[in-house]
Design a protein around this ligand. Sequence first.
Ligand code: GLP
Length: 257
Amino acid sequence: MLASPEEVAVVAADLVARTVSRKPDAVIGLATGSSPVALYDELAARVAAGALSFAGCSAFMLDEYVGLDAGHPERYRTVIDTLFASRVDIDPARVHGPDGLAADLATACADYERLIAETGGVDLQILGLGSDGHIAFNEPGSSLASRTRIKTLTSQTRADNARFFGGDLAAVPRHCLTQGVGTILDARHLLVLATGEGKAAAVHECVEGAVSAMWPASAMQLHPTVTIVVDEPAASLLQLRAYYQETYAHKPDWQRF
Ligand code: GLP
């Protein structure tokens, strides 16, 4: 629980850096959305300063819209290239995403699952949180055991994301390919970022509520290693807020993650 989104980005970057320094060929799971943007800025700055290198790393994106052509600025692959891959020293050939333009989408999903497994699985998965508790594009009602598949976006998510399409709801695709909740839970460490009051209910439900398909991110309660980094507004509805604060304040450095 931190005072500002900037601090959230720094703490999250520390965890990414620690993962890569322990395992230079780490597999990083990349999220889109606005939540990780400041983290990607921080990582790019550290790489530029020579303090961090992704040269040996691979990366897997969480999700992709169906049908946005290769040059579309909101295609998630383009977004990840712009915000992360082009600004760090990762080999672009080792940055993977589901193929939302594949002629056979179901096969593309199965191939994606296979590629993640063949690469050894994700070491650190960066995640944002939808205001309705979705992770990647696993909307409420998603099976907690789901794998990469085609999903229909809810009108809530399409409305939330219309801001990236110049406010034009009709331009937001109706379908996407997304890693499943089960796929995400296979990552060895989950790093969840949430900032702002709009995420407060989702943070509370997913951390302290019942594990339920109605709040897909609540599945992270079943994962042994989750770091959730939030600012104060996003933490404002947490019932055990004071306890979390105390725990964090008194954690020795070696135990911080
Ligand atoms: C999008 C993405 C998610 C993201 C979420 C939250 O729909 N598919 O990966 O975590 O919504 O977005 P934001 O971080 O912009 O609030």
